[in-house]
Each structure stands twice: as C-alpha cells, then as structure tokens.
Write a protein that binds this ligand. Structure first.
Ligand SMILES: [Zn+2]
Ligand SMILES: [Zn+2]
Length: 358
C-alpha cells in the first residue's frame, strides 16, 4: 500500500473558537492496531462544546486536538496479529478503548476504566481525519445492508441502548424523555427496541417535536421556559403537574438535557418505584426534590457513555429494528468542516445529525 505521508487532512481544534485543517502524519501501527480510512463522522454536541469552550467538566483542551468520535470507514492497513478485520472491510469505530487489565474492563464495564483512551477527549486525538489508528478489537464490521453513514450513527445509538439497559426498560413500559436532539431521539428508538409500550418526548423547540412525531415516539410535549424570578423547583412542580394532566407517570424517565428543571421534572414524572436515567450533562451541582426520591423509591442512575453496545447496535440497524437514516439531515465534505460545525451550533434548517463525509 502506498500512502502519501502528506495526505492525512485532519480537523484540529487549536484553542477555543479556532478550528483549522492541517495535514498530520499518517500514524504508524502497533501490534493489534488498524489504520482506518475514515469516511463518515457525525458532529456531536460535545465536539461543538470543546470548540466553543475548550473544556467539558474536568476535560480541558490544553494542546491542539483532532475533533470527532462518531465515525465509520474502511480498513486501509492492519498491524501484526489482527484477525477480526482485513484491508477493505467497512467498519464502525467504537471510539473508546479501556486498558483491558483493570476490574472494570474485566467485568465488562470498561466505560468506567480509569485509563480509558477516548477519541476527542483531551488529551487524545479524535477521528475527524483521513487516516485514524485504532485498536482492531474496537472496530466492528458493517453488514452489506448497513451504509457507512449509518455506521457513523452507532456511537450515539449506543448511548440510547446503554440508557435503556441502565433503566431496565421492559416490554410495555412507559418511558418519558427530555430533549428531542439526536441522543433523545435515539433513546426513544432504543426504548422502543427494548419493548417500551409508550414513549413520550419533551422539548422546548416545536420543530424538533414535529420531527420526533415521526420517530419512535407516541406523544410529544412542548415545554415552556421557566419564568425569571420563579424558583426552579416551583416551576418544575407546576410544569410536571400540567404534563401529568395528559401523561401517566413513567416507569423510566430519561433526561438528555442536563437542565436542572428537567432533572427535577424527571423525578416528579417517574412513577412510584420508577427510575430516572441521567444522560445529559448540565451544571455539575444541582438541587433535586430528594423527599420524592425517598418516599416514592425513585432510583436515579447516571450513565457514562456505554459498553458492549456496538454489536447489538449493528444488528438493530441491519435487521431494521432501528432506522437511523432519517436522522442524517445534512452532510459536508471534510474541507468544509468549519461550516459543518457552524451549522450544528446554529441548529438551523431542521438540522438533527450533521455528518462530515470523505
Ligand atoms: Zn457523541
Ligand atoms: Zn481498564
């Protein structure tokens, strides 16, 4: 294989608000690694957050970093000992690899590994480049009937699958979701795939709800903005009461917004003995109606990314249980990456998932 050393165009965040396209060297492969020619990458809210603010929680961008972590592509080269994939295979990339040595890795909860290497989480480079080096065991072959663009949606679908598993969603369950962005919609799809009998989704933006109406949800709730001066908990109680006029309390509530009022409402909308799953990342300290949690035995569970979801997600898409295609609303070539980021930030033209192609 002859790869021109100058042909690894990469989308690099130099510092907050400063994205540049630069050629980086094509990585050399170690034992068990593969080189992936990245063909499709979805832009995630976290990429936009790093671009705008340079940090998420304790993860700070301290040196230039390649962005992107929702990718699929074609195997361009394989390192020593690689058996599961070969050159030319179309694969989806699970962007985080654990150490494979600690208790968390060994017990299958590798998302909690303290030595996790995750694409586009500082200090590790992301996948928005022509050639990305990755451990072969975190690459999954795509069946013929799954496109590379669909393969790039397996990362956010994994969040939905992990949320459904953590919430122990059972057949017939009522599920209520806050946030009708890509992750909220994929939580709805995963909840339905797990057998949910009724999925409700809530958002502040009517156009998002109009889309959600066509995508794995049974009812849609338009949220109001809290009124200035009204304490959050009072607003949340008022809003939850209004919602409960038309919706029954839910077995599982999934918050994909991170907003304090939505976390509060999640607890208020869960039925006695129900479960609240926190997917969204908002303020690091929030107040919650804890007496509701105690007196009604509401379980609150955090989720951090996902583990062991990729093979499931590939089969869900291949079998038609989940259709991710309608979520891909816009695509841009790699050279127009900055325009693509701008598009996601503005959320205009009904953008749901914006992808960078080629
Ligand atoms: Zn993401
Ligand atoms: Zn580990």
């Amino acid at each position: 294989m002859s790869l021109n050393k100058q042909e690894n165009l990469s989308v690099i965040l130099n510092k907050p608000l400063d994205i540049v396209l630069e050629n980086r060297p094509i990585p050399t492969l170690g034992k068990g690694d593969v080189l992936v020619n990245v063909k499709a990458t979805g832009i995630c809210g976290s990429d936009v957050h790093y671009w705008q603010h340079g940090a998420i929680g304790s993860f700070k961008v301290e040196k230039p970093m390649v962005l992107g972590h929702e990718s699929a592509g074609i195997i361009a080269a394989v390192g020593e000992g690689v058996k599961n994939v070969k050159v030319g295979d179309r694969v989806t990339l699970e962007p985080g690899a654990g150490c494979r040595m600690c208790d968390y890795c060994k017990t299958g909860r590798y998302n909690l590994c303290p030595d996790m290497v995750f694409a586009a989480t500082p200090p590790y480079d992301g996948t928005l480049c022509n050639y990305y080096r990755h451990p072969a065991d975190f690459c999954y072959k795509l069946p013929e009937n799954v496109s590379i663009e669909e393969g790039a949606l397996i990362e956010p679908l994994s969040v939905g699958i992990h949320a459904a598993r953590r919430g122990n969603i059972q057949s017939g369950h009522r599920v209520f979701i806050f946030g009708a962005g890509p992750v909220g919609l994929l939580c709805a799809a995963a909840a339905k795939a797990a057998g949910a009998g009724h999925v409700t989704i809530a958002d502040l933006v009517p156009s998002r709800l109009a889309f959600a109406k066509t995508y794995y949800t049974d009812s849609q709730v338009l949220l109001e903005r809290s009124t200035p001066g009204e304490p959050n908990i009072e607003f949340s109680r008022r809003m939850a009461q209004a919602i409960l006029k038309t919706e029954e309390p839910a077995d599982v509530v999934i918050d994909c917004s991170g907003a304090e009022t939505c976390v509060q409402m999640s607890i208020l909308l869960a039925k006695n003995g129900g479960c609240v799953i926190l997917v969204g990342m908002g303020a690091s300290v929030q107040s919650i109606p804890i007496s509701e949690v105690s007196s009604r035995e509401v379980d609150i569970r955090g989720i951090f990314r996902y583990s062991n979801t990729y093979p499931t997600a590939v089969r869900m898409i291949s079998s038609g249980i989940v259709n991710v295609k309608p979520l891909i609303t816009h695509s841009y070539p790699l050279k127009d990456a900055v325009k693509a980021f701008q598009h996601v930030k503005e959320g205009r033209d009904g953008a749901i998932k914006v992808q960078i192609i080629g």
